[in-house]
Design a protein around this ligand. Structure first.
Ligand SMILES: Nc1nc2c(c(=O)[nH]1)N[C@H]1C(S)=C(S)[C@@H](COP(=O)(O)OP(=O)(O)OC[C@H]3O[C@@H](n4cnc5c(=O)[nH]c(N)nc54)[C@H](O)[C@@H]3O)O[C@H]1N2
Ligand SMILES: Nc1nc2c(c(=O)[nH]1)N[C@H]1C(S)=C(S)[C@@H](COP(=O)(O)OP(=O)(O)OC[C@H]3O[C@@H](n4cnc5c(=O)[nH]c(N)nc54)[C@H](O)[C@@H]3O)O[C@H]1N2
Ligand code: SF4
Ligand SMILES: [Mo]
Length: 674
């Protein structure tokens, strides 16, 4: 029997460190690493079933070639040799006829590993050699990150471990009890120290139900709420003028913007009672330190970038950025100053290439023609389940002239459209290193068991494909461990002493930063070195020079449908696990009693949720967990296991205000009895 240290690869802020128990070459137990200060011995309801998934009967174990029509999901088993020959041949034809840019390496968030996953996996070097289009990972968090960079110069903020020192915590558009529960312990620590917790969410989630106070604004109006809170704070004279003078840029201009948002107007915009806005502002005014936790859900709207840009100003006005336990945390990933350029090797590109946005796969496959996309590699992604506009994505993937290769663990809604499916290893079967976006540790993942069937690490698949295509560039053949060494080879002091050996021994390493962590103690990484209320960079990018409020673009009829994290699935990962499906139940939609009554929908009724793009079937839950005009469901169900379509059939392939982010929660639907 041996115990092997690993890392949860899933797209979750917590990046847990885990321990696999191996007996006779089989993984027999998986649990959270008790030594890791954030994991603290616990995984989650989903990953407690991860080992079960590694041996599930439906796991893809061999290369397969399509025999049926696209979308039908009928395949025959082939050998790796046949698969590599066919892929090398088809990709060679495409690049000769249309150029490298006709190849789209579409990689998703199935694994956040630096080697096997999204962050820069070895396949990037192969695609750079081809001169393939660059894939822009726009689907998750990019609008908020872009907004934060205007204000702070980085998307990184405070360390969630420091929530324990806060006296007021605003859980603003975040549902940690479902989407990354490990930070909750720090919230509880703060409460023991007397902290007050406010949830700001149009839905009464598990998290909101546990808060001391819950405010349910109209979706997409948070920036107006932030400006309204600031309006009251400034009128009280509770802004920190000394901090503002020493550390910010453009206060007089921003102050004028704040004056445009008095609480009576903000009450109208947000649908919140004016007295509750004023009361929260007064609470912020008198409570130091105040921490804001905002995550990705809040920015999946037309104005999502502006929302984070504006929220990050709040601690700049109150001076909380200077205080342990104060500030804002969206994602910590910007703090990992790893040597990504050396891993990704963009310099291998033969010439500059275009980018294709992950969020716009339908458009990319159906409308782009300079050149058209002729070969698609889907790696760690399930776009039929997770992308906006499911029907458009299906139409794109159905193109007969498109050659599609999907690297997967399971026969998903997307593999059904593949020409070739390649079997990929799961986390206990390959080497990787990962960083959370909700803490400051790098986590090591040592292979624990042999891969089943003919599964290969994604990195190895691309080494073999490069060889098959006759590529001679030596760095294509670097081993996984070499790749990690190149990644860790960074001059940044926060990475001093973090080596493969150190990681391997303990399973994790915290960045060399102080505890408590004051991210901007040495200034902000903007061009002025200050927090920029006024941003020249924003002006150059065509945005408002000042933080403000950007309303929803789609103001039509219908209910605003929010489809946030499911407690039992992670995106569409685990959507095929029988026990988690049983616990999750059928797809549901929460309707306010007034909205249900107006449509004659009783509790537990079967309904069809639809709009011009498409629809899906769900069970109605009539409840005041949502505010009137808002409906809630969750992401993650598989279409083929739930009547052929999911909530993503209703979502628009539209961009948010910044960097091409997706707008999943900015979606209008109608609901009718079936
Ligand atoms: N169990 C589980 N965990 C997950 C995931 C999962 O699918 N399942 N997904 C993972 C991924 S990929 C990510 S990116 C993170 C995301 O983690 P979160 O950001 O927590 O994800 P969401 O559930 O999309 O959104 C959080 C909350 O924002 C609220 N919200 C939506 N629109 C608005 C708004 O306009 N204003 C306000 N104030 N609130 C709003 C939603 O109602 C929701 O409760 O979670 C990760 N963790
Ligand atoms: N309606 C709605 N839709 C959403 C969202 C929402 O809030 N609402 N949120 C969006 C967000 S935040 C995100 S991040 C996206 C995620 O969208 P995707 O990136 O498509 O993520 P998943 O749906 O989890 O699909 C990941 C796939 O990768 C596979 N996989 C996992 N590990 C590996 C590996 O090591 N190698 C290979 N080859 N494959 C692997 C898994 O089996 C799984 O099928 O979904 C988005 N979709
Ligand atoms: S999904 Fe998140 S909470 Fe669950 S084990 Fe993985 S990192 Fe931890
Ligand atoms: Mo995400």
């Amino acid at each position: 029997m041996k115990k092997v240290l690993g890392a949860c690869p899933l797209d979750c802020p917590d990046a847990c460190s885990w321990v696999v128990t191996v007996e006779d070459g089989q993984a027999v137990n998986l649990r959270g690493n008790p030594d890791h200060p954030v994991t603290r011995g616990a995984l989650c309801v989903k990953v407690n079933r991860y080992l079960e998934q590694t041996t599930a009967a439906d796991r893809v174990l061999h290369p397969m070639r399509r025999v049926g029509r696209k979308g039908e999901g009928r395949f025959e088993r082939i050998s790796w040799d046949e698969a590599l020959d066919e892929i090398a041949g088809r990709v060679g034809e495409v690049t000769r006829e249309y150029g490298g840019q006709a190849v789209w390496p579409f990689h998703g968030t199935g694994s956040l590993g630096y080697i096997q996953g999204l962050e820069g996996f070895a396949g990037r070097r192969f695609f750079n050699m081809l001169g393939a289009s660059v894939h822009e990972p726009t689907i998750c968090s990019i609008a908020g990150s872009a907004g934060l960079k205007y204000t702070l110069g980085t998307s990184g903020g405070m360390d969630p471990e420091d929530f324990a020192r806060s006296k007021l915590i605003l859980l603003w558009g975040t549902n940690p009890l479902t989407s990354g529960h490990h930070s909750w312990k720090f919230v509880q620590d703060a409460r023991r120290g007397g902290a007050y917790v406010v949830a700001i969410d149009p839905v009464r989630t598990r998290t909101a139900a546990q808060a001391d106070e819950h405010l349910a604004p109209i979706p997409g109006t948070d920036a107006a709420l932030a400006l309204g809170l600031l309006n009251v704070i400034v009128r009280m004279g509770a802004h920190d003028q000394a901090y503002i003078d020493a550390h910010t840029l453009g206060w007089e201009e921003f102050r004028a913007r704040i004056e445009e948002f008095p609480p009576d107007l903000v009450a109208k915009i947000t649908g919140l009672p004016e007295e509750r806005i004023v009361a929260l502002a007064e609470r912020i005014a008198r409570t130091r330190p105040t921490a804001i936790r905002a995550t990705q859900g809040i920015q999946r709207h037309a104005g999502g970038g502006m929302t984070l840009r504006t929220l990050a100003c709040l601690p700049g006005v109150t001076g909380d950025w200077a205080l342990p336990g104060g500030g804002l945390c969206y994602s910590t990933s910007g703090h990992f100053k790893l040597n990504l350029p050396q891993l990704v090797r963009i310099d291998l590109l033969p010439h500059p290439v275009r980018s294709l946005s992950m969020t716009r796969l339908g458009e990319g496959l159906l409308e782009v023609d300079d050149p058209p996309v002729k070969a698609l590699f889907v790696i760690g992604a399930n776009p039929v389940g997770s992308n906006p506009d499911q029907e458009k994505v299906r139409r794109g993937l159905s193109r007969e002239d498109l050659f599609t290769v999907v690297l997967e663990h399971f026969p998903t809604d997307t593999t059904d459209y593949a020409d070739i499916v390649l079997p990929a290893t799961m986390q206990p079967e390959h080497l990787d290193v990962i960083a959370g976006y909700g803490h400051l540790y790098l986590i090591w993942n040592e292979p624990a068991v042999a891969a089943p069937g003919e599964c290969l690490p994604t990195s190895e698949t691309f080494r073999r494909l490069a060889r098959r295509m006759g590529m001679t560039e030596p760095s294509l053949y670097d081993s996984d461990e070499d790749l990690v060494r190149q990644l860790l080879d960074s001059p940044h002091p926060w990475l001093d002493g973090i080596t493969v050996e150190a990681l391997r021994e303990r399973g994790f390493a915290r960045l060399n930063v102080d505890r408590p962590f004051l991210p901007f103690a040495d200034g902000f990484p903007t061009s002025s070195g200050r927090l920029e209320f006024y941003s020249k960079r924003a002006v150059r990018a065509g945005h408002d020079p000042l933080p403000g409020f950007t309303p929803h673009a789609d103001t039509g009829d219908g209910l605003v449908l929010i489809s946030g994290a499911s407690h039992h699935f992670l995106n569409t990962t685990f959507g095929n696990n029988p026990e988690l499906r049983r616990r999750a139940g059928a797809p549901m939609i929460v309707l306010h009693p007034d909205d249900a009554a107006a449509r004659g929908i009783p509790d537990r009724a079967s309904v069809r949720v639809h709009n011009a793009r498409g629809g899906f079937e769900a069970v109605a839950e009539v409840s005041d967990r949502v505010r009137p005009g808002v409906a809630a469901t969750t992401k993650g169900h598989w279409a083929k296991l739930n009547g052929g379509s999911t909530v993503n059939a209703t979502i628009d392939e539209r961009d948010a205000d910044m960097a091409g982010g997706a707008v999943f929660h900015d979606n209008r639907v109608e609901v009718a009895l079936v």
